[in-house]
Design a protein around this ligand. Structure first.
Ligand SMILES: Cc1cc2nc3c(=O)[nH]c(=O)nc-3n(C[C@H](O)[C@H](O)[C@H](O)COP(=O)(O)O)c2cc1C
Length: 393
């Protein structure tokens, strides 16, 4: 199949001395983007991803920040350029953690999180809670920058934020000005407010406004779920690149597909069989990384719940159906059965066995086409109910 995309001119950006090519980032997701998931995306992309980032690392809890006990800090040399993301509300603790991480682990950059909407984070004034207290955010950025300079590491500081707390208090332009003033060298903007949680669609007009005003690279984030959407965002909203979160859970091939399109390669149609093989690969990565079998099973199911939404009928099967030759259930039913079979497995081994039999059985007429998805919201992270923002204060 030939690619039919309008290829954007911008394919890379600079983060201090780093040339980031391609301009795609796997957006950090706590409980998802650990080293094995990042490895899965990297392998499926043919190692053609721009940046990888850790899940966010808490800094408020420890009296003295220690690296031990923060499993999110684990990364491998082949993941470079790699950033460590930290969150917290105390400037001194954030600065101390940044210093310790920079001196001991030497990531390629340190990122401050001002986007997490979870009540236990934002309600306590960190994550997106910082968007209601910009002086505190400024102090954190200032102190973290000073800590990095103080220990003599040559390391960029970046920020990831939302466009504001709620629709009445959108302050992304102020956040950008503060970030630039404090030496932040890349800003990732998730185009939702904190109150939105993951509801509705990201507001790319605000992302575009920030990108137009910025002197530093602005990375756009929110609802990028296909090659076409990624290219549209880069071309039409002036961003230096895109960060893809849930889109990578629905379609861990997305980074490779973007890179293929750039390289002018024809789009590769992923069969359901190929998609189902991913579970074995991912399981292997989890176990190699020291996960328990139960832990790996949970992650396989997490991926299955998303990925199976992309299954649809193979064109050949549709043609057979049109000619009245097709028998059996329609695509929606089959995709649902595949999903159910995987999710109801009692252990990882059973899930992998079932994936194998499905490949040769009911899933053989399915292809994987995640571009049909409009909304990436899943059951779990959809809404922050009204009032949630007051919890945990
Ligand atoms: C389960 C989950 C965990 C997340 N954890 C983090 C995190 O640790 N740090 C962060 O900056 N953003 C986190 N996010 C937000 C994503 O990075 C991203 O900004 C958001 O999902 C919107 O992008 P998307 O539409 O591409 O998913 C998380 C999102 C989800 C769904």
């Amino acid at each position: 199949m030939l690619n039919n995309f309008k290829i954007p001119k911008k394919t890379s950006f600079r983060l201090r001395s780093l040339d980031i090519f391609p301009n795609t980032i796997l957006s950090p997701m706590d409980g998802v983007t650990d080293a094995p998931f990042r490895r899965l995306c990297r392998v499926l992309s043919g190692d053609r991803m721009g940046l990888l980032v850790s899940e966010f690392v808490p800094t408020d809890g420890d009296a003295v920040f220690c690296l031990e006990g923060h499993k999110q800090l684990k990364f491998f040399p082949e993941e470079r350029p790699f950033g460590v993301q930290i969150f917290g509300r105390f400037p001194d603790k954030m600065a101390a953690a940044a210093r310790k991480i920079a001196e001991s682990l030497h990531p390629d950059y340190i990122e401050v999180n001002a986007g997490c909407p979870a009540p236990k984070v934002a309600g306590k004034g960190s994550g997106s809670g910082l968007l209601r207290d910009l002086p505190r955010l400024q102090e954190i950025l200032h102190d973290v920058r000073a800590a990095l300079d103080g220990c003599g590491v040559d390391m960029p500081l970046t920020l990831k934020c939302r466009i504001g707390w709620d629709s009445e208090s959108i302050n992304i332009m102020e956040t950008l000005a503060i970030a630039e003033g404090e030496g932040v060298e890349m800003l990732t903007v998730h185009g939702r407010t904190r109150l939105q949680g993951y509801n509705g669609l990201a507001d790319w007009d605000w992302i575009g406004k920030a990108a137009a005003a910025a002197k530093i690279p602005v990375i756009g984030n929110g609802d990028v779920n296909s090659v076409a959407r990624a290219f549209d965002c880069i071309e039409n909203y002036g961003v230096a690149g895109v960060a893809i979160g849930r889109g990578a859970m629905h379609n861990p091939w997305i980074f490779g597909q973007i890179a293929d399109a750039w390289e002018g390669k024809p789009a590769h149609v992923i069969t359901a069989a190929e998609a189902l093989d991913v579970f074995k690969l991912y399981y292997g990565f989890k176990i190699e990384d020291g996960s328990t079998d139960k832990g790996a099973e949970g992650r396989l199911k997490q991926l299955a719940a998303r990925l199976c939404k992309g299954f649809c009928l193979d064109e050949r099967r549709e043609a057979r159906d049109e000619r009245g030759e097709g028998q059996g259930p329609g695509a929606e039913d089959v995709a649902m059965q595949v999903r159910q079979a995987l999710l109801s497995s009692s252990c990882a081994a059973e899930l992998l066995d079932r994936a194998q039999s499905l490949k040769e059985g009911i899933a053989k007429d399915l292809v994987f086409d995640p571009d049909r998805l409009v909304n990436l919201n899943g059951a779990k992270e959809t809404e922050l109910k009204f009032g949630d923002q007051f919890k945990g204060r």
